[in-house]
Write a protein that binds this ligand. Sequence first.
Ligand code: 0X9
Ligand code: ZN
Length: 442
Amino acid sequence: MMWRWQHWMVVLLVTVAAVSGNNYEGLAGHQIWSLESELAVELVDQLQAQGLLDVVAHTERTRTVRVTPEFASLVQKELHGAGHNYSVKVEDLAKHLQKEKDEKTRQIHRAESCTATSCPFPLTYSYMTFQQMEWYLKELAKNPWVEVRSIGRSILDRDIWMVHIKSGECKGRKELYPNRCRRRASSKPMAVWLEGGIHAREWISPAVTLQLIHQITKDCCVTQDLDVYVVPMANPDGYVYSWTTDRFWRKNRRSNSGSTCDGVDLNRNWDYHFGVGASDEPCSQVYKGTKAFSEPETQALRDAMLQVASKGNLKLMIAFHSYGQVLMYPWGWTADKAPDQQDMVRLGKSFVMKAKSNYGTHYRVINAANDFYFASGSTDDWSKGVLKTKYVYTLELRDEGGHGFDLPATKILPNSMEVLAGLKAVFRKIISKKRTTNTVVL
Ligand code: 0X9
Ligand code: ZN
């Protein structure tokens, strides 16, 4: 991820203007520090694992961190003790964000909104609250070719919704069935699994995932030979908390016994080489939890994925995150090669080519452990290692660090459209590969 500080300073808080509560209060006195020395990287990552700071952006050689008033002097001591300097980029994050929000609120263009209890379309000019998402999903479920099902409940008892856009349901939908639709294959349709919103603060992830659902539902060509399963919001409690209380909240809302810090990183809680590149410390942003699948959210996702995979045709899994514009393939837990690496890279490149064609946005295909960082207990490694899904990715959406997690809502549509283009190319490839029984080279 590239962090362009000068851009961050002009973060447009279009996204949070509609927040009724003040989700910056918890950030009072928090500071943003920048460490430009490669030598500091290891220590900073250790301090993150101990829960003493939050890495909010990084390149291979630099780290940008958020430090709370509680640990500021301790972190300073550790850094200075090891001979590392840092520069303070923001003195008080709450004041900084509030100021920007006030400045921008006046300019907000709210072209669309949900009515009292209904959202016929996922919003494109503002991020949706969890409630608005539920209203949209309720509307969506009226389509006979779509099933919307709760696969479980979060720790604070919110539903985790899964959308199934069923294959081969073009009958009676002629207007949505253009001539260019290819003939339906006679054999069993393939399945793909898309996961959004596992990290609360990555608001663009559920926003894009909902747009994908909307677009795919309208285009039955895509699902002629494909069952598309999507969980647009895997961490509803964390998401709600990032709206009401702390915009940079990442984990779920587990109250950790024996600790004053809440939350488990759901992308460190899956049972595949659980514990590598994750923390034992509940205060850490990457806290893995007391044991693998300790969290109801990961249990629900696991069970639903197992059910889909048990039908035998799960070919592709993509987990949507932000930010960085990279398409990562496993493993994340080891630098060793995962099965099908070459095929994953090839298919990834088809995604990248198509995703670039709309707005010129460039995504890089990289390996999670070697080119990003070591981290296990994530959806991707579990899907590859346990379900043996052939094509597995984590997609870090826009941007490259200019706005980071606080991506302006005006980017929802372009980000979604380019991802849709890339995704359709990927779908076409896996389906045509099946049609021609292994003769197509990806
Ligand atoms: O660290 C993560 O969970 C993901 N990045 S994020 O900035 N969105 O938090 C990357 C996960 C990549 N996959 C594995 N390391 N297995
Ligand atoms: Zn993430």
